[in-house]
Design a protein around this ligand. Structure first.
Ligand code: AMP
Ligand code: ZN
Length: 475
């Protein structure tokens, strides 16, 4: 499979360190609020990547952290603590907030058919690992103590900006955000590994450490959790594009300084989902959630379909019109599948299936082109293979796309059969009433004839007497 590697700005053949096995790490959510559908775009695309790697026969071990401590409102170590802010907003403890929004996140994932990673680790569970890594960084001279905090010294690295060259002005945190720059930092790109009580006095969660009671910086959790569960060499690291700098840049700095060798080979970054008014942001409190879409009558899988229709390396603009289009296309796709003969007992057409499979794998082998993978579904429907083969192939492709194609199409079929049956029953009853009215008129029982007409009218059926007989229509 060819995958775009953000580290080298080009597509590369994906080759894991150990043949047949993939270690995959995903930056998880910061659980101080609901995930917005932008966050979930990243998790949907990462889910397809994981499932496709499995589809190609690789065995994948995927780990995700849950950020329940240490993430400040700015990624550059300034501003308020996100978790504390969430707890204050809702008059709850940080742990209550974390538990509530972690559950809410996985509920959304379930609705979107995003598989739960093999390991899900809250940042607060691995404090010992961070302390051990930070101690080693201090011993090796990559970190220093200043003003009660431990900082990573980026001047000790040969190369710090691994993903993109950054403009020095980008890093003028104090100027950009209207807050005091951290005077303790020796270089403006240095970042905090461990905060002590000298910083946020009202911090709820604190742990003892060789440098005083405090709590970890945000970046160290991903290094600690990844190395703990996936070892010293990582194949694949994922996240939204905003994570590339400074979060992933700092993860690489501290991991490679600690390990003394290259850490992760492939970096997969998903571009943002924006609205017409701009970037969707959890911290601004104004964002779209899966529950909101549901309350407006959308099937969460229509949103998954919407995401799969575009490439993960393109910014995707959300609008209700665009979602309506995706939703209609998804429903049409399901009804086309529902029209297939599910009782077809023909033999599976292995050759025909192989040709169609090639279209699907070629799409995903080319840097996870999900929109072409969806085209491959229509190619199956249009093809001349028998219905049994079509159904089996669609089911196979859906192990990667997770659109519930067969299950939902079967439900569609049942609903349309019941609706048709109901309609037939209704029609028979209407015809019987019309016949009774004609009989009443013949017997000059006009009162009964009018009563039947009124009864039908009340049920939305309009009668017209014509020379050819009585005609009826629904109002
Ligand atoms: P957070 O909960 O803020 O730590 O973010 C969770 C994940 O969502 C990270 O991988 C982010 O990079 C990603 N993310 C944040 N905003 C967006 C967005 N608008 N579109 C796509 N992914 C995003
Ligand atoms: Zn991370």
């Amino acid at each position: 499979m060819q995958l775009y590697n953000s580290l080298y700005h080009k597509k590369e053949e994906f080759i894991p360190n150990e043949p047949g096995k993939v270690s995959m790490y995903t930056c998880g959510p910061t659980v101080y609020h609901y995930a917005h559908i932008g966050n979930l775009r990243s998790y949907i695309m990462e889910d397809v990547l994981e499932k496709y790697l499995r589809y190609t026969g690789l065995s994948v071990r995927r780990v995700m952290n849950i950020t329940d401590v240490g993430h400040l409102t700015s990624d550059g170590d300034t501003g308020e603590d996100k978790m504390l802010k969430g707890a204050q907003r809702e008059h709850k403890t940080v742990m209550q907030i974390a538990a509530f929004y972690t559950d809410a996140f996985f509920d959304d994932c379930r609705k979107l058919n995003i598989k739960r990673p093999d390991v899900v680790e809250p940042a607060t569970h691995c404090i010992d690992s961070y302390i051990q890594i930070i101690s080693t960084l201090l011993e090796k001279g990559y970190a220093y103590l200043a003003g009660g905090n431990v900082y990573f010294d980026t001047s000790k690295l040969e190369e710090y900006y691994v993903f993109n060259k950054h403009n020095a002005e980008d890093l003028e945190v104090g100027v950009r955000e209207g807050v005091e720059a951290d005077e303790n930092k020796r270089n403006k790109t240095d970042f905090v590994l461990w905060f002590t009580k000298s910083k946020f006095e009202d911090q709820e969660l604190k742990w003892d450490s060789p440098w005083g009671i405090g709590y970890p910086g945000w970046h160290i959790e991903c290094t600690g959790i990844s190395i703990k569960h996936l070892g010293e060499k990582l194949d694949l690291h994922c996240g939204g594009i905003d994570n590339a700098f400074p979060h992933h840049t700092n993860e690489i700095a501290q991991s490679e300084a600690y390990l003394g060798h290259k850490w992760c080979n492939y970096w997969f970054h998903v571009m943002h989902l924006n609205t017409n008014s701009g970037k969707m942001s959890k911290s601004s409190g104004e964002f779209l959630t899966v529950s909101l879409l549901e309350s407006k009558g959308y099937n969460p899988l229509a949103y998954r379909f919407f995401c799969l229709q575009s490439h993960y390396r393109r910014t995707l603009v959300f609008s209700y019109d665009a979602l309506d289009n995706a939703s209609a296309a998804y429903t049409r796709l399901l009804s086309r599948i529902a029209a297939l003969d599910f009782d077809d007992t023909s033999a599976f057409d292995a050759q025909g299936a192989q040709d169609l499979r090639t279209g699907f794998t070629a799409a995903l082998d080319n840097d996870l082109n999900t929109s072409l993978a969806i085209t491959a579904l229509y190619d199956v429907l249009k093809s001349s293979v028998n219905d049994r083969t079509k159904i089996q192939l669609l089911q196979e492709f859906d192990t990667v796309l997770s659109l519930d194609l067969i299950e939902s199409a079967k439900k569609c079929k049942q609903v349309s059969q019941t609706t048709n049956a109901d309609a037939e029953e209704d029609d028979a009853e209407i015809l019987a009433l019309i016949a009774a009215r004609t009989q009443a008129k013949k017997s000059k029982n006009f009162a009964e004839a009018d009563r039947i007409r009124d009864e039908l009218k009340a049920r939305g059926i309009l009668l017209t007497d014509t020379p050819q007989g009585v005609q009826w229509r629904r109002m």
